[in-house]
Design a protein around this ligand. Structure first.
Ligand code: SAH
Length: 252
């Protein structure tokens, strides 16, 4: 009897593992194709919004990052079929992952170089952090909703984004221990640009942040710290983000 068992297990293994393995490879191909289409769509939107954004196209590095990061790994399982659609998706706790075009545009505007240290405020599911991690030396990211931040940190680790450090907290205050930053990307909207984030920018650094209330709408801003410490502020595009909140849930 004993000697028959390996045969049974082998048979079960073939039945269970082989079709499963094929489906996974097929799904990976589908996601790769969808990612190519997503990047083409972003390229079209970049051309269409060039007069507002001042950029007609994504740089090769940002294109490569958007083409590489597996967005389907960052969304809830039931949203995977829509992972590469150009729209925001729910990620739980009333929060959303931004639409791919906005992630790409904000990354482009942040002008991230290979040696850079970058801060992200609003980790969410960790997708934007992963895109930044493809481009920077180190990424620090802060999330105020504890379970979201914890899950994102685990996901980023599992996917091998070793240059990302995540923590739970109020990103309005930045992360002074790791400042100054070459670039700061804020993915939730405060009413005004948080002064601590301006203070934590390196000379020559860029801060990309959506600013405004929930009713009158928000504007995506790029602030650049000039070598003399003064700030150049540019309005880029009308956008819609979840609010940057304090511990009590009020917009800051
Ligand atoms: N960048 C995210 C999308 C974020 S949605 C991604 O790629 O998935 C905005 C996130 O900002 C939400 O998860 C929200 O909980 C978080 N947030 C809101 N206020 C915050 C604050 N004061 N500090 C840190 N995170 C904040």
């Amino acid at each position: 009897m004993d000697s028959a068992r390996p045969g049974v297990w082998l048979l079960l293994g073939i039945l269970v593992l082989v079709p499963g393995g094929d489906m996974t490879a097929e799904a990976q191909d589908t996601y790769a194709r969808e990612r190519v289409r997503m990047v083409e769509h972003i390229a079209m939107l970049m051309r269409e919004t060039r007069s507002e954004t001042g950029r007609a196209a994504l740089s090769d590095r940002v294109t490569a990052a958007m083409s590489t990061v597996p967005r389907h790994e960052f969304v809830p399982a039931w949203e995977r079929p829509s992972a590469y659609a150009d729209r925001p998706l729910p990620i739980g706790h009333g929060q959303t992952i931004s639409q791919p075009f906005i992630v790409a545009l904000m990354t482009e505007l942040a002008d991230v170089n290979p040696g850079d240290t970058v801060l992200e405020v609003g980790t969410g599911c960790g997708y934007q952090a992963a895109v930044l991690a493809q481009l920077a030396k180190t990424v620090y990211t802060i999330e105020i909703v504890e379970p979201l931040g914890r899950e994102a940190a685990e996901r980023l680790k599992r996917l091998g984004y070793d240059n990302v450090t995540a923590r739970i907290g109020d990103g309005y205050q930045g992360w002074p221990e790791h400042a100054p930053f070459d670039a700061i990307v804020v993915t939730a909207a405060p009413r005004e640009v948080p002064q601590p984030l301006i203070d934590q920018l390196k000379s020559g650094g860029r801060l990309v942040v959506p600013v405004g209330g929930q009713i009158l709408g928000q504007t995506l801003l790029v602030l650049e710290k000039r070598p003399d410490g003064t700030i150049n502020r540019r309005e880029v595009l009308a956008v819609r983000f979840v609010p940057l909140v304090d511990e009590s849930g009020k917009q800051q």
